[in-house]
Design a protein around this ligand. Structure first.
Ligand code: PMP
Length: 396
C-alpha cells in the first residue's frame, strides 16, 4: 500500500462505509487525474458541486483576486463586503420577488438549520413536515428531517414534532395543518435516487401550505444552479417556495450556502432582540467571488440551456440496455436503476478500472448516480454513454 493511502486510513476519520479510495492530484474540466496520470471522467461532480467542471479559469481568477484583496474580516453581516453584496444582488435578480432576502452560510446543512429556525420564528409553530427518503444534511436539525429512520435511530432524541409524509402522496397532504410551521422538500429527491414529483404534486403541496399558513421550503441544494436544466428546479414546476435553499454548486467549488426568503419573513431573524442566526465564516468573501464568477459563466455561456439535451443523450443510450430497468432523470441529474447493489458495485468498479467515476445514492443503492459537470460536451456525453454501455456488457 502506498504511503499516502496508509496515512489516509490512519489519520482521516472514516465515516463512509466504502470510500472510493482514489488518489487524485489534478482536476481539469470534466476530468480527474491520478498520480500516475490516469485520466477519469468525473461523472459525479463531487455530488453536484462542480457544475462548471474543474479549474474554470474565471472562477480560479476570481478566487485568486479576492484572496489577495481580503479573506475573512468579520462575522457575517457586520461589515459591508462587496462580494457578498454583488452576489446577493445578482442572485435575487434571477429569483421571484418574494425571494429577495438572502442569508449566506457555509453549507447545505447550515442553510437547512437556518430555514427551520426561520420558519419556527415566523409562524410561532413547532411542527415540521418532511418526506420519506429525503436527505437534508447531517447536523441535528437536518438529521431530524431526514426521511430514513434507520439513519436517525442512533441520534434520538432529535427535534420533536417532525412528521414524515410519503413523497408524491396527495392523500398525505391532509397531515399538513395549522400546527405546521413548515414543509421542507427537495423538489426532486436526490439521495432518494432521483425521484421526480408527479404532475401537479408540488402545486397541490403549495396550495395546502397556503391554506394552513405553513411555509414551504424547497431544498435546492442539489437541484439548483442549472443541474436539472433550469437554473432552479422550482422554475420547471412553476411553484415558488417561501424559502429557497442553495449550497453545493452555488459556491462554484468553494463552501457556500444560502437560505433565501422575503424581507417580510426574514425580518423575524433580524429585527428582534433574541438571537437570529450567526455564522463566522458564512458568506466567505472568497466563496462569494467564486459564486459570482460561476453564476456569470452559467449565464453568459448559456450552459443551463444545453443541460436537458445533454442529459437526454446519455439517458436514451442507457435506457435501451437490457440491464437497465429505468432511468430517472431531470437534466444532468440522473439515476440508472440496475435492480441490485451487486450490479451497481460491479459497474462502479468497472468504471474505476476503465476511466470513469460513478457512485450510488445514500438511500438507493440499486441505482448508479450520473451527474457530470454541466460543461460536458455532447460528444463527451456520447463517449460516456458508450463507456457505460461497454461496462454494462462486461459485468455479470
Ligand atoms: N440537502 C440536499 C438535497 C443535499 O443533497 C445535501 C448534500 N448531499 C444537503 C442538503 C447537505 O449539504 P451539506 O453536505 O453541504 O451540508
Amino acid at each position: 500500500m502506498n504511503v499516502l493511502r496508509q496515512l489516509f486510513l490512519e489519520h482521516l476519520a472514516q465515516t463512509s462505509e466504502s470510500p472510493l479510495m482514489l488518489e487524485i492530484n489534478k482536476a481539469d474540466g470534466v476530468f480527474l487525474f491520478g498520480p500516475d496520470g490516469k485520466k477519469y471522467f468525473d461523472l459525479i461532480s463531487g455530488i453536484s458541486v462542480s457544475n462548471l467542471g474543474h479549474g474554470n479559469p474565471m472562477v480560479v481568477k476570481a478566487v485568486q483576486n479576492q484572496a489577495a484583496d481580503f479573506m475573512h474580516l468579520m462575522v457575517y453581516g457586520e461589515y459591508i463586503q462587496k462580494p457578498q453584496v454583488e452576489l446577493t444582488a445578482q442572485l435575487t435578480r434571477l429569483l421571484p420577488e418574494n425571494l429577495n432576502s438572502v442569508y449566506l452560510v457555509n453549507s447545505g446543512s447550515e442553510a437547512v438549520e437556518g430555514a427551520l429556525k426561520l420558519a419556527k420564528r415566523f409562524t410561532g409553530r413547532s411542527e415540521i413536515v418532511a418526506f420519506k427518503n429525503a436527505y437534508h444534511g447531517s447536523t441535528h436539525g437536518a438529521l431530524s428531517v431526514m426521511g430514513c429512520e434507520e439513519q436517525k435511530r442512533n441520534y434520538r432524541p432529535l427535534l420533536p414534532d417532525v412528521r414524515i409524509l410519503n413523497f408524491n402522496s396527495i392523500a398525505d397532504l391532509d397531515q399538513i395543518t395549522t400546527r405546521t410551521a413548515c414543509v421542507i422538500i427537495e423538489p426532486i429527491q436526490g439521495e432518494g435516487g432521483i425521484r421526480l414529483p408527479n404532475v401537479d404534486y408540488l402545486r397541490k403541496l403549495k396550495q395546502r401550505c397556503s391554506e394552513t399558513g405553513a411555509l414551504l421550503i424547497f431544498d435546492e441544494i442539489q437541484t439548483g444552479m442549472g443541474r436539472t436544466g433550469s437554473m432552479f428546479a422550482f422554475q420547471r414546476f412553476e411553484v415558488i417556495p417561501d424559502i429557497l435553499l442553495l449550497a453545493k454548486a452555488f459556491g462554484g467549488g468553494m463552501p457556500l450556502g444560502a437560505f433565501i426568503s422575503s424581507k417580510e419573513i426574514m425580518r423575524v431573524l433580524t429585527h428582534n432582540p433574541i438571537l437570529g442566526h450567526i455564522t463566522t465564516f458564512g458568506g466567505h468573501p472568497v466563496s462569494c467571488a467564486a459564486a459570482i464568477a460561476s453564476l456569470n459563466f452559467l449565464i453568459h455561456e448559456k450552459v443551463v440551456e444545453q443541460v436537458e439535451h445533454k442529459g437526454s443523450i446519455i439517458a436514451e443510450a442507457l435506457a435501451k440496455h437490457p440491464k437497465v430497468r429505468e432511468v430517472r432523470r431531470a437534466g444532468l441529474m440522473m439515476a440508472v436503476e440496475l435492480g441490485t447493489f451487486d450490479t451497481v458495485q460491479a459497474l462502479i468498479k468497472y468504471g474505476l478500472d476503465h476511466g470513469f467515476i460513478l457512485d450510488w445514492f445514500l438511500f438507493c443503492n440499486t441505482a448508479v448516480r450520473i451527474a457530470p459537470p454541466l460543461i460536458i460536451t455532447e460528444d463527451e456525453c456520447r463517449t460516456v454513454a458508450n463507456l457505460i454501455v461497454e461496462g454494462l456488457n462486461a459485468i455479470q
